[in-house]
Design a protein around this ligand. Structure first.
Ligand code: V47
Length: 360
């Protein structure tokens, strides 16, 4: 029989919990007991340190051939609000980011029906020209699959070309929920969960690091979340290429997914999900509370529930905010430092690859 005491003993002994035990935790109501275990697992890896970075998002276009049911960002080319940045607009944003002390540019966008592969190379080169020291974290596995088709190349050749143009690592988006039934309902046009994982495996084999996300709080069950994390843990065992796991709290407000309208995730669910991720994903060093989707307060409290990363200053985030996220558009470096300090932890500015830049 699965018990909390038996799970606690495993965590204390640094033994893996299995999927049934993770599911047991999701169904358990003792949030503080789960949080305590997650905090222990985190403290062993990261001590009192909490990472953040100074970054900026560039969403080069919201024009997308897919129509994911959760997404309030995507537009058809002729729809009001549809946009595409030209290279000057990309350069201006990267320059502004550099002036604000950013070390990372995070680039993701819609699957645009007409842009040639060269546009993506030019976009990377443009940012690299602004400063070779700006790390470019760009393109989800979904975009990589799309770009490979535009390039008419294999995934590995596509990655070589993107790397040559300046790609430094990949963000973790597009993972959503891997399990087929739910994925079909959520995002029928998107690549499958298996394909997402296979592309990430190639990304890691090409020597690039990536992140991993999970979109939760919509149609999925706890078992779907555990299945999602199981597949990530298995891939991480093989490659070690994931830097961080980021559960993304679904923002229902403007999302086309009407079934969950008005019922965003609860604070308890957010904290439990982050804590269980820390306990179950024992081969991930970092668990990120993405304050854009969680709000700053829940993200701060999450630091006592196994979280050691708050993402960054962000600047000009569109995907969560178009969907109705109530968080501010950006956070200042001082604001993030204060959040971390007031939680009794040590703020450490990192770069995209988790090298420590400065302790505050
Ligand atoms: O894949 C879309 C999600 C993702 C909604 O790797 C939504 O460091 C909530 O992956 N409510 C893109 N989420 C963002 C992303 C990300 C963000 C920050 C850091 C990193 C990283 C990655 O946003 C999409 C999708 O899962 N998303 N719509 C919504 N209504």
């Amino acid at each position: 029989m699965i018990t909390m005491a038996a799970i606690a003993e495993k965590v204390r002994d640094k033994r893996r919990i299995d999927e049934d035990e993770a599911l047991f935790l999701f169904r358990h109501h003792d949030l503080l007991a789960i949080g305590e275990l997650a905090a222990m697992a985190n403290e062993r890896k990261n001590g009192r340190k909490v990472f953040f970075n100074v970054n900026r998002h560039i969403n080069h276009t919201n024009i997308c051939v897919n129509r994911c049911k959760f997404c309030a960002f995507a537009r058809a080319a002729d729809q009001p609000g549809a946009y595409l940045y030209d290279l000057d607009e990309i350069r201006n944003r990267a320059t502004e980011a550099l002036q604000q002390g950013a070390t990372e540019i995070h680039i993701v966008g819609g699957l645009h029906p007409d842009l040639p592969f060269d546009f993506y190379l030019e976009m990377l080169r443009t940012v690299r020209e602004v400063s070779p020291s700006l790390h470019i974290k760009a393109f989800t596995a979904v975009e990589i699959d799309y770009l490979a088709k535009l390039c008419d190349c294999s995934i590995s050749d596509t990655l070589v070309k993107l790397k040559e143009a300046g790609l430094g690592s990949l963000p973790g988006g597009g993972a959503e929920i891997f399990r087929e039934g739910i994925r079909q309902q959520l995002c029928p046009e998107k690549i499958s969960g298996e394909r997402w994982l296979a592309i990430m495996e190639e990304v890691h084999r090409a020597g690039l690091k990536s992140n991993a996300t999970m979109l939760y709080g919509h149609l999925e069950s706890f078992a779907d979340r555990v299945d999602h994390m199981r597949r990530l843990r298995e891939l991480q065992d093989r490659t070690g290429g994931f830097q961080v796991f980021i559960p993304l709290a679904f923002q229902p407000e403007n999302s086309p997914l009407t079934i969950t309208k008005g019922t965003g995730t609860t604070g308890v669910d957010d904290l439990k999900t982050l804590a269980i991720a820390r306990i179950y994903l024992d081969n991930f060093d970092n668990i990120k509370a993405y304050w854009v989707m969680l709000g700053e307060k829940v993200a701060q409290v999450a630091l006592a529930f196994g979280v050691n990363d708050l993402d960054g200053t962000v600047v000009e985030e569109k995907i969560g905010h178009d969907a109705g996220a109530a968080s501010p558009q950006a956070m200042s470096r001082d604001g993030i430092i204060a959040l971390i300090r007031k939680a009794g932890r040590e703020p450490v500015e990192r770069d995209t690859l988790y090298n420590e830049l400065r302790t505050y």
